[in-house]
Design a protein around this ligand. Structure first.
Ligand code: ADP
Length: 267
């Protein structure tokens, strides 16, 4: 009798502990959802005025004449660009966390997509004397979500331009049977082999980002999660002192005529 009473008491204690655990788990889930909602709302609301400031700044720049004023305006524009990049990263990661991103794949012209992304980084590259190059077969259709893929490529090119001091960035697409291998290759400092996995973790930055302030360490985590959602496997190769290449495979739209004509366009 004593034994069965002990057992019942133990059972009761266990049930109470499990209940407490469930309550604290529920609280943690609710706190995390609140954090995600706050991040999404804050980054979304901050992005809009920042975009207006950016537009006003370019209007103002048109009216400036003196070189020192122009150079100041360029510095302000660069800072605004960095802030827009931060807010976009926060918004993207919070939308991914909230499960609010849904891939909508469809047929997309590959060369147009790549050129659009590369062109938007031309000013930053030119300011550092870096050469941007696009090498892609013309007229190839791939199946992907264009908006998501452009954000992925944007993050990769932004990093390549940010971390490369000299040389340039090549965006290359090569046909691989029923797929296309897309790569963003830079001549930057490279990533140590020991950190090739870490750089995809949220908020991880090499050396804490000491050499390059301004980033949050979210870009590559957004890249990895977005590509996983799209089902495009990611590959990364890096050699210290030589550069880094990020690549992934895109499925070609079946039946689309094979054209091997390659663009060597500089955007
Ligand atoms: P952020 O660039 O905001 O720091 P990311 O998640 O995009 O965040 O990158 C994480 C870290 O990986 C960067 O801080 C940088 O140290 C390193 N990294 C990313 N891309 C490159 C690159 N192309 N070349 C060298 N290092 C890179």
């Amino acid at each position: 009798l004593q034994q069965s009473q002990d057992l019942a008491r133990l059972n009761e204690q266990l049930r109470a502990q499990l209940q407490a655990l469930a309550v604290s788990q529920e609280q943690a889930v609710r706190a995390s959802a609140a954090k995600t909602r706050f991040l999404a709302a804050a980054s979304h609301d901050l992005r809009q005025p920042m975009h207006s400031v950016s537009l006003l700044m370019s209007v103002l720049r048109e009216r400036l004449q003196q070189p020192e004023h122009l150079s100041l305006a360029d510095k302000v524009s660069r800072s605004i660009g960095a802030m827009e990049h931060l807010f976009s990263g926060l918004l993207d990661i919070s939308r991914l966390d909230a499960g609010a991103v849904h891939a909508q794949p469809g047929p997309q012209p590959l060369d147009d997509m790549l050129a659009r992304v590369l062109c938007s980084y031309e000013p930053q590259a030119a300011a550092k004397g870096l050469r941007l190059q696009l090498r892609a077969p013309r007229g190839v259709l791939v199946r992907t979500d264009a908006a998501m893929l452009e954000r992925v490529l944007g993050n990769l090119v932004a990093n390549a331009v940010r971390y490369t001091a000299s040389g340039g960035v090549l965006m290359a697409a090569r046909l691989r049977g029923a797929e296309v291998l897309v790569q963003v290759i830079d001549t930057g400092p490279g990533i140590p082999a020991a950190h090739l996995d870490d750089v995809f973790e949220e908020f991880f930055r090499l050396d804490g980002g000491s050499g390059h302030p301004g980033g949050l360490g979210l870009g590559l985590s957004i890249v990895k999660r977005s590509l996983a959602m799209l089902g495009h496997p990611l590959q990364v190769r890096s050699r210290l002192g030589h550069g880094t290449s990020f690549g992934f495979l895109l499925p070609r739209v079946a039946g689309w005529p094979l054209m091997t004509d390659t663009t060597g366009v500089q955007p």
